[in-house]
Design a protein around this ligand. Structure first.
Ligand code: ZN
Length: 159
């Protein structure tokens, strides 16, 4: 579950309002984001924000989210990862990819955060439209009763 750790909160405060260094602009825009937001993401990826927010990951996560939405068929089912604990395989589950994008969102300063949020909102709208809500309330929260984000409460293949 993406949860803002105290370290991430402090780092986000430090980053707030600060322009990313010039190297963060070097590799050009990321996905379809503005140069400023792309640079803010690259800068954040080089900070200490945990596994999901590390160099090159955001671009990969956006690519994976788009690839899921490009699958043929009017309706899509989520696919659970074969080994959800494994860092190499956990992102086979698009809901885990969306968790990671949320983690990126949470560490950005306000302006790039707003742009990425809008970007994700468009992808999320498509995701909502093409997947079905999971009607079983037993799948809505973890063992402690903490509710999963809405993107986990969709129907999985064979589920
Ligand atoms: Zn694995």
């Amino acid at each position: 579950m993406p949860r803002r750790r105290p370290g991430a909160l402090r780092a986000a405060r430090r980053l707030r309002g600060r322009r990313p260094p010039s190297w963060a602009y070097d590799t050009g825009p990321l996905d379809r984001l503005s140069p400023g937001t792309s640079a803010a993401i690259r800068y954040a990826e080089h900070g200490d924000h945990g596994h999901d927010v590390s160099p090159g990951r955001t671009e990969d996560f956006l690519r994976r989210y788009r690839a899921f939405l490009r699958r043929p068929g009017a309706k899509l089912w989520l696919t659970a990862s074969e080994c959800p604990a494994c860092p190499g395989c956990r992102y086979e589950d698009v809901a885990v990819v969306r968790d990671a994008l949320q983690a990126v969102l949470c560490v950005l300063p306000p302006r790039p955060r707003a742009e990425l949020r809008g970007h994700l909102a468009r992808l999320d709208a498509e995701f909502r439209r093409r997947t079905r809500p999971d009607p079983d309330p037993r799948h809505w929260a973890d063992w402690s009763g903490e509710p999963y984000p809405w993107w986990h409460r969709r129907l999985y293949e064979g589920g």
